[in-house]
Design a protein around this ligand. Structure first.
Ligand SMILES: Cc1ncc(COP(=O)(O)O)c(C=O)c1O
Length: 441
């Protein structure tokens, strides 16, 4: 499958022709800063102080495989896959071709009212790939929406409004998802008064007895909890693998209490952790599973999958569907997802992810945590990851800081990385870490 990339396209080493960020990037960010909400362009101010790479981010122009080019003509190696999305490689030719073909045929469908072929084929494909009997689904336009579709499904199926989620978890930032997200206080604090107060949080990986105690109520209020929502491995929260047996304990508790168990596999799913689904490592199947990110190879998508007996809680559609969206089951996105899933299967995405893990552990040893191609390199001090991100970017390697305290370098690369790219990128990271440590970080 790697034959699709060449040493000049997708498998190239970095090539930097300007300072980072270059003048065109800086000029473009000037315009951006005038027109975008300053909260979203905040990166600009932070960059200068924390990352030592000048005050602006690079502006992306083109990407292929594991390479990204900015508007100044600099070429980078991407160890993030753009938030884990470009798992099969940026702009995989099969995905691009599917988008091209489908957009000439049917660019927009009609949501729940008139289905389209790619939407139907994708749901059939997802049912075959899903663990257990999760054969019915709700397609969405992104991850947070998929979490909300899953939460609605679980509320209907359990008949209870309460949700148990976990500290450090990231489920998205729309209001329904944000009520469950507990990644960093800053995300919730300004909106706290408007968040549903039906969500309780416990520490990720906590003693299952705590969960049993909460659900036993009545003094705790836990008797109103009908849903457990959990990432089977923390993603943005810092690549945290739960203790052995923890997911199985959640499964047992959910069964005993009639609670619906949702796995948010938006980051972990589709092979990224070295198995098709992260729950597979522990042989645990949830009642509802959320997927997204890498699913459509770069196009926006999410999905909530459930067993038919759980989805049945929605009842039969009579007249208007009570859950839908203008772009539901978008035909071009669905066609991209079908192509992406084919590529993932052909390349054996879980095996490729395991190979990346082996290479990373061989290089960084005990500093590595996580699974597959969803790894974190641990650093001694909070905030160090942002500085290392800056140092690595100046040498052409794109990384993201991770973890609640910014002390993790997150690695969620495209599985299209070449060996030469891995060696180069690891050398850069090792140097950046050494410099950080020498500077007392
Ligand atoms: C585990 C998990 N769930 C949900 C989301 C939200 O997805 P989106 O940003 O597509 O809304 C993310 C995004 O990072 C995620 O990592």
């Amino acid at each position: 499958m790697n034959a699709v990339w060449s040493e000049s396209n997708g498998h190239a080493l970095p090539s930097l022709v300007t300072a980072i960020p270059g003048p065109k990037s800086q000029a473009a960010v000037d315009v951006l800063a005038r027109h975008e909400s300053p909260g979203i362009t905040a990166r600009r101010a932070r960059q200068g102080e924390a990352r030592g790479v000048g005050k602006d981010p690079i502006v992306w122009d083109r990407a292929a495989g594991a390479n990204v080019w900015d508007v100044d003509g600099n070429r980078f190696v991407d160890l993030t896959a753009g938030f884990g999305v470009a798992m099969v490689g940026h702009a995989h030719p099969r995905v691009v071709e599917a988008v091209r073909e489908q957009s000439g045929r049917l660019l927009h469908g009609m949501g729940d009212v008139f289905p389209n072929g790619p939407r139907i084929a994708l749901m059939e494909r997802l049912a075959a790939l899903a663990p257990g009997e999760l054969s019915q689904c709700i397609l969405t336009g992104g991850g947070a929406e998929a979490v909300e579709a899953a939460l609605k499904t679980a509320a209907l199926a359990s008949g209870k409004p309460g949700v148990l989620a976990f500290w450090g978890s990231y489920h998205g930032l729309s209001y329904g998802a944000l009520a469950a997200t507990a990644y960093k206080g800053d995300f919730r604090a300004p909106f706290y008064g408007q968040l549903g107060h039906h969500v309780r949080h416990l520490p990720y990986g906590c003693d299952p007895a705590l969960i049993e105690g909460l659900l036993a109520g009545p003094a705790s209020g836990g008797e109103m909890i009908g849903t457990i929502l959990v990432e089977p491995m923390l993603g943005r929260g810092g690549q945290v693998v739960p203790p052995p047996g923890w997911l199985a304990a959640l499964r047992r508790i959910a069964d005993e209490r009639g609670v619906v168990l949702i796995f948010d596999e938006i980051y972990t799913g589709l092979g990224r952790t070295g198995a098709w689904w992260c729950g597979d490592h522990d042989a645990v199947v949830p009642d509802v599973l959320c997927t997204g990110k890498a699913l459509a190879g770069g196009m926006p998508i999410g999905a909530a999958l459930a067993r038919p007996d759980v989805m049945a809680a929605w009842g039969q559609s009579v007249g208007e569907a009570i859950h839908t969206a203008t772009f539901l089951g978008h035909p071009v996105v669905a066609a991209a997802a079908l192509a992406t899933l084919e590529v993932m299967q052909a390349m054996d995405a879980p095996a490729a992810a395991r190979a990346f893990e082996a290479a990373t552990r061989a290089r960084f040893g005990d500093r590595v945590r996580g699974r597959g191609a969803m790894l974190g390199i641990t650093l001694p001090s909070p905030g160090a990851a942002a500085r290392i991100m800056g140092r690595a970017l100046k040498r052409g390697v794109i990384t993201l800081p991770g973890g609640v305290y910014g002390d993790i370098i997150g690695l969620t690369p495209p599985l299209a990385l070449s060996e030469a790219q891995i060696t180069y990128a690891f050398d850069v990271l090792a140097d950046a870490i050494a410099e950080e440590e020498a500077a007392g970080g």
